[in-house]
Design a protein around this ligand. Structure first.
Ligand SMILES: [Zn+2]
Ligand SMILES: [Zn+2]
Length: 340
């Protein structure tokens, strides 16, 4: 079978490898049909993900069809549509015991520490799969479930409530998903994004106010919209650490900052302001138990899912797919690879 493998940083190949088979009773064999390219796959491919182990089949956003199940699996059957939970965890450490298994000390992420979904078949534990109704979503659409779980997780972390005014920095796929979920929770949404095409897209993802911070003054807009109180939640989904520092200024008292960036640069946050306004600063990583909720609600947002998916390539054309994603002028949102 085909498997897109990063042999070492900077060197990716489509290899012909042996089919995996079920060796444990709780395992499931899945034929993968659609898998999205995430920014983190690009990092593993380039060698800028410190956790990655090589050689590695990358990918973690995927949908496919069950082909066979181990003898202990009774609630999945051949033919079922499934999406992948990309993480496994120990269940014993402090994080796991407190419900935060997404930051388990023994966290293993598909496509990073263990082989991922850029391959025709995968064998995973039953607990890493969620069934969905194949008649309601295509494989390509279902592959967007995982990135949507990130949006649900971030909104849960930020405790977005009805009537909150929320600022989302960045209208890439994750920023747009965060905005869409915030809107669905009843928030008033401001999206700030310098790329006009992406900014225009945010209108369809629930943005009530759209700002190009290069052309307009974001601070003035925030203060006007909120009656000078400041926004209640800021999501930094643009990958610009300076925006974290700036958020402290834009937040209302009791506001929340959800830092979604994994940039290496440390930031200088003004903790005098943090304390004066009793702000909460939150990290967010992967997701915890967000798949059932996300799958249920994804079916109602397929119009938005279809807009996020700008390119679909057969897996053989992976080089072209990565090039489109890297090209800032390509208009790429989510780029999906298919194994047909
Ligand atoms: Zn991802
Ligand atoms: Zn653990």
């Amino acid at each position: 079978m085909k498997a897109i493998t990063v042999i070492e940083p900077g060197h990716m190949e489509m290899l012909d490898v042996k089919m995996p088979s079920i060796t444990e009773p709780d395992q499931v064999l899945v034929r993968i049909h659609a898998t999205g390219i995430c920014g983190s796959d690009v990092h593993v491919a380039h060698g800028s993900n410190p956790y990655a182990v090589y050689p590695r089949v990358i990918g973690h956003e995927a949908a496919g069809e069950v082909k066979a199940v181990g003898e202990a699996v009774s609630d999945l059957a051949a033919g079922d549509g499934v999406v992948f939970e990309p993480i496994t965890y120990c269940g014993k450490c402090y994080a796991c015991r407190s419900g935060h298994h997404n930051v388990c000390r023994e966290l293993k992420v598909l496509g990073c520490i263990v082989d991922g979904t850029f391959r025709e078949y995968a064998v995973v534990k039953r607990s890493q799969l969620y069934r969905y109704d194949k008649s309601k979503m295509s494989y390509v659409q279902a592959a967007l479930c995982e990135p949507y779980t990130i949006g649900f997780q971030a909104n849960w972390r930020g405790d977005v409530r009805p009537g909150d005014v929320v600022l989302v920095h960045g209208a890439g796929p994750i920023g747009l998903i965060v905005a869409d979920v915030a809107k669905s929770r009843g928030a008033v949404v401001i999206v700030s994004e310098p790329n006009e095409n992406r900014l225009a897209m945010s209108a369809r993802f629930g943005a009530d106010y759209m700002v190009n911070p290069v052309k307009e003054d974001l601070d003035t807009l925030v203060m006007d919209v909120t009656g000078r109180e400041g926004v209640n939640v800021v999501f930094e989904a643009a990958g610009i650490p300076a925006l974290l520092e700036h958020a402290v200024k834009l937040l209302s008292p009791a506001g929340r900052l959800v830092a979604m960036t994994f940039a290496n640069t440390p930031t200088a946050i003004d903790f005098k302001a943090v304390n004066a306004k009793e702000l909460t600063i939150l990290g967010t990583r992967h997701q915890m138990q967000k798949f059932p909720e996300t799958l249920e609600r994804l079916a109602d947002r397929l119009d938005r899912v279809d807009q996020l998916v700008t390119h679909v390539f057969p897996a053989e054309k992976y080089e072209e797919a990565f090039a489109v994603l890297a090209d800032k002028d390509s208009g790429a949102g989510k780029v999906i690879l298919t194994f047909d």
